[in-house]
Design a protein around this ligand. Structure first.
Ligand code: C5P
Length: 414
């Protein structure tokens, strides 16, 4: 059996987890900033951002899937169309363009066949859930500060564990459950170690991440309902108001869809039909993006049209208006994250993905220490040590991941 895939001698599993932690830290900050840094009514459309994300992810997945089909074909016996031509007159120079183009065509045909496999419909479930989740994320990022969003979004670790046990039949040892609880405690300590809140505050969390990114080190709570705009926001967005309750509901629903979609995707990815090996990750990703397109387009179509009398063109114009550099940066970061997430689910699992996103909180904090001279406190050191210890404990070789055979059953649900 081949060993685990590596890059530069490091297991791909670890590279993808660390990259995901970094990406998550950056995404939370840039998404929030891109939403709050414009005047009300001048914010870009979240639905369009989600659609662009899916289009981009889908295109990248197609390219990688094509490349991999290419490699597979070259590794196996040469395809008949290719060898037939090359065995003619000049065996050194198998350059005839027709042979090349026939080879390209066969690659495309192979990909089309793989993508339109009889079981491709299974991907429609996680595709719809992810589109809903991605839209909810924008609602949450628009209505919660960075820190509150990050900490509440950690609930997805628990929803993921719950769905993993329920759907994948994973049985977590006591040690693994203990490490999940430790993780929650560690995250809480890291988050709450900053300024203590005034007693009248509705949501007493103000983290260095939020304050450092939004206020450049100045501590200020932004959690009253509706939140009082901070000075920076006030300058940039006159009367922007956040609604933490709406944000909290959005983030809670996003946690549920995240857990369910992730586990469902993992189930499809790791289950096989009979003796056939499971299809390639990038074929699955292409299927996922294809099924995402319809639910991603619907909110744009049903949205109120643009300026009166402009009909279809006005609708398209308003869907793409206000896309500034921050918005594009957010879409690119999210696309990158989607691709890395797929790798993490493939080479590790969804619960480990949760640990990577928890580490992202520690990374965000360290970034704010480096960038905004935020002081390192004992609580921070304690909280992050617990997070790191929990991550190690969960993944410790002494505790083999017990997984029931349900992940390799022949028929996936749905
Ligand atoms: O918050 P969470 O980690 O659940 O977010 C997962 C993100 O990864 C979503 O934006 C989802 O669209 C994306 N994803 C993806 N391809 C996959 C799995 C997840 O783009 N195969």
């Amino acid at each position: 059996k081949e060993g685990p895939p590596t890059l530069f001698g490091i297991e791909l599993k670890w590279i993808s987890l660390i990259t995901l932690a970094l990406q998550n830290a950056f995404l939370t900050i840039i998404m929030h900033y891109s939403r709050i840094s414009t005047a009300p009514g001048k914010t870009y459309s979240a639905a369009t951002a989600v659609l662009l994300n899916e289009l981009l992810k889908g295109s990248i997945s197609v390219i990688i899937a094509l490349k991999r089909i290419d490699t597979n074909m070259l590794n196996s016996a040469p395809p008949p169309v290719y060898s037939e031509k090359s065995s003619s007159r000049n065996s050194d120079r198998r350059s005839p363009p027709s042979a090349f183009s026939m080879f390209q065509t066969s690659r495309l045909t192979a990909l089309r066949k793989a993508v339109l496999s009889p079981d491709c419909y299974k991907l429609s479930v996680p595709a719809i859930l992810y589109v809903i989740q991605n839209n909810l994320q924008y609602v949450a990022a628009s209505n919660l500060d960075v820190a509150t969003f990050q900490v509440t979004y950690q609930m997805k670790i628990l929803t993921t564990a719950f769905f993993s046990v329920l759907m994948l039949g994973k049985r977590l040892s006591k040690l693994k459950w203990a490490s999940l609880v430790m993780l929650a405690i560690g995250v809480g300590i890291v988050q709450m170690q900053s300024t203590s809140a005034p007693s009248h505050s509705a949501t007493p969390i103000a983290s260095p991440i939020a304050t450092a990114t939004a206020h450049h080190g100045e501590h200020q709570l932004r959690s009253e309902i509706p939140t009082t705009p901070n000075p920076v926001d006030s300058i940039m967005s006159s009367e922007r108001v956040m609604h933490p309750f709406k944000g909290f509901i959005a983030v809670t629903l996003a946690c549920l869809t995240s857990g369910l979609a992730g586990v469902y995707f993992e189930f499809i990815l790791k289950s096989s039909s009979g003796n056939a090996p499971p299809p390639d990750l990038w074929v699955r990703n292409t299927q996922l993006s294809l099924f995402s397109l319809v639910p991603a387009i619907v909110p744009i179509i049903v949205a109120p049209s643009g300026p009166d009398g402009m009909g279809y063109i006005g609708r398209v114009m308003s869907a793409f208006s206000n896309f500034n550099g921050w918005a594009i940066g957010t879409v690119l970061t999210q696309t990158f994250g989607g691709l890395i997430t797929a790798l993490v689910i493939r080479y590790s699992d969804n619960i480990m993905k949760g640990f990577a996103t928890s580490l992202s909180i520690v990374i965000s904090f360290l970034a704010s220490v480096a960038l905004f001279s935020y002081p390192i406190t004992l609580a921070f050191v304690t909280g992050s040590t617990i997070v790191l210890a929990a991550t190690y404990m969960y993944n410790s070789p002494g505790t083999p991941q017990q997984q029931s055979s349900r992940t390799t059953v022949a028929v996936a649900p749905g």
